[in-house]
Design a protein around this ligand. Structure first.
Ligand SMILES: C[S@@+](CC[C@H](N)C(=O)[O-])C[C@H]1O[C@@H](n2cnc3c(N)ncnc32)[C@H](O)[C@@H]1O
Length: 221
């Protein structure tokens, strides 16, 4: 290469570095929007140590009502709860859906490593357009995901659609939005439901549970 073109490889290298850091920055911003931390790996480690007792509690709530059949977990993250559900009820099939492909990869690995891949499966999808036909599930559960959904009303309508008539949804989220959630539930296709403050850990009112049932004679929304 003639000496006067020395800057060409430098410019190419610079552009590649800038492109890579811009792509990583965009990924970090998308992750923070979807689950509050820069990477799925960080979330997985934090959830495993901080939320273990919470997942046990949710799994026993869900299994008490839906000990068999098909349950969908929306915003399934790294798959801790889905695996707990399948371990707690040997006749339960669990589908998980999450907008983050990095979360879906982790969750799928967890199902394989725990020997549950035959009953626990994950796929990428948005709660605003769930990739399942109407009336596919006996129950739907979601934890700590609702406050990340861009359109929670649309999310509830989709959850209503994929539930079988008579099926139940348990949506757990942070308690700080509870008054707004009352209204969200009333105006959803469920037409109402229970909004209950959950005291966990200990007596801290940190979480809220929306307990919703699709009417037995409900039509598609
Ligand atoms: C705080 S994490 C909770 C993960 C898991 N449910 C748990 O309790 O450990 C929120 C999860 O919701 C997912 N999520 C956010 N927006 C979503 C959407 N529109 N549709 C489906 N999943 C979504 C995120 O990717 C993330 O895995």
């Amino acid at each position: 290469m003639p000496k006067r073109f020395w800057f060409v490889p430098v410019a190419i290298l610079g552009a590649a570095v800038l492109y890579r850091s811009r792509a990583s920055l965009e990924r970090i911003v998308a992750n923070v929007r979807a689950f509050g931390l820069p990477s799925a790996g960080m979330y997985d480690v934090a959830a495993a140590s901080l939320l273990s007792g919470f997942y046990s509690r949710v799994a026993s709530d869900v299994v008490a009502t839906s000990p068999s059949g098909r349950v969908l977990e929306v915003g399934s993250g790294p798959g801790h709860l889905a695996v707990r559900l399948a371990q707690a009820a040997s006749n339960l099939e669990v589908a998980g859906v999450d907008i983050s492909s990095a979360m879906v990869e982790r969750a799928t690995r967890r199902a394989v490593e725990t020997g549950l891949a035959g009953r626990v499966r994950f796929e990428v999808g948005d709660v605003g357009a769930l990739p399942f036909p109407e009336g596919s599930f006996d129950g739907v559960v979601s934890t700590l995901s609702l406050h990340h959904w861009p359109d929670p009303a649309r999310g509830l309508a989709e959850i209503h659609r994929v539930l079988k008539p008579g099926g139940e949804a348990w949506i757990y989220d942070l308690a700080h939005g509870a008054p707004r959630l009352d209204r969200l539930v009333e105006t959803s296709p469920f037409g109402g439901g229970e909004v209950e403050v959950i005291r966990w850990p200990g007596s801290v009112p940190a979480f809220v549970l929306l307990r919703l049932r699709r009417g037995a004679a409900a039509q598609a929304s």
